[in-house]
Design a protein around this ligand. Structure first.
Ligand SMILES: [Fe+2]
Length: 160
């Protein structure tokens, strides 16, 4: 059974989305992370600081992120734009329990994604869904790559 579902592909807006991703300001680094290397990121709608307990703050707002999220993951709570430089990667991990397990990810560029014992080459513009409570990993990217991941926050953490 496949642990990854392809929802569709961004086609018409892909280059615009890539340009938009490339020109984001105030991308943050995670120099002390034990799991993430060569990545900067930016939160939209809510920013979630992945401590125990987690801290949830107001994130950035962007019409493009909002419209795309409503299309591919209705009732999403937060979106994370991540940029990986060549060699950037994410070691095997499960997502924080502050989130509902289902993640919808927009892949911009090329990447190899592993979940459990399955390996997938992600294509430019591919939109996927997976259960982030299953161990998953991003192999080192060979060229610049972005992901825009949409998540729901577990209701007990949401302060509306
Ligand atoms: Fe993850």
């Amino acid at each position: 059974m496949s642990l990854l579902t392809t929802i569709g592909y961004i086609r018409r807006d892909l280059n615009t989305l890539r340009y938009w991703s490339k020109h984001q300001f105030a991308m943050k680094a995670m120099p002390s992370s034990r799991f993430v290397f060569g990545r900067t990121h930016k939160w939209f709608m809510y920013e979630v600081i992945l401590n125990y307990p987690p801290v949830i703050k107001k994130g950035s707002w962007d019409y493009r992120v909002h419209r795309l999220g409503n299309l591919i993951y209705p009732a999403w709570d937060c979106a994370l734009l991540s940029h990986y430089s060549p060699g950037g990667r994410m070691l095997r991990h499960c997502d924080h329990s502050v989130f509902e397990p289902q993640v919808v990810l927009v892949n911009i560029g090329q990447a190899t994604f592993c979940i459990d014992d399955q390996e997938y080459d992600l294509h430019d513009g591919q939109v996927i869904s997976f259960d982030s409570s299953i161990p998953h990993e991003l192999l080192p990217v060979v060229s610049e790559r972005w992901s825009l991941t949409y998540r729901k926050i577990q209701p007990q953490y949401l302060r509306l």
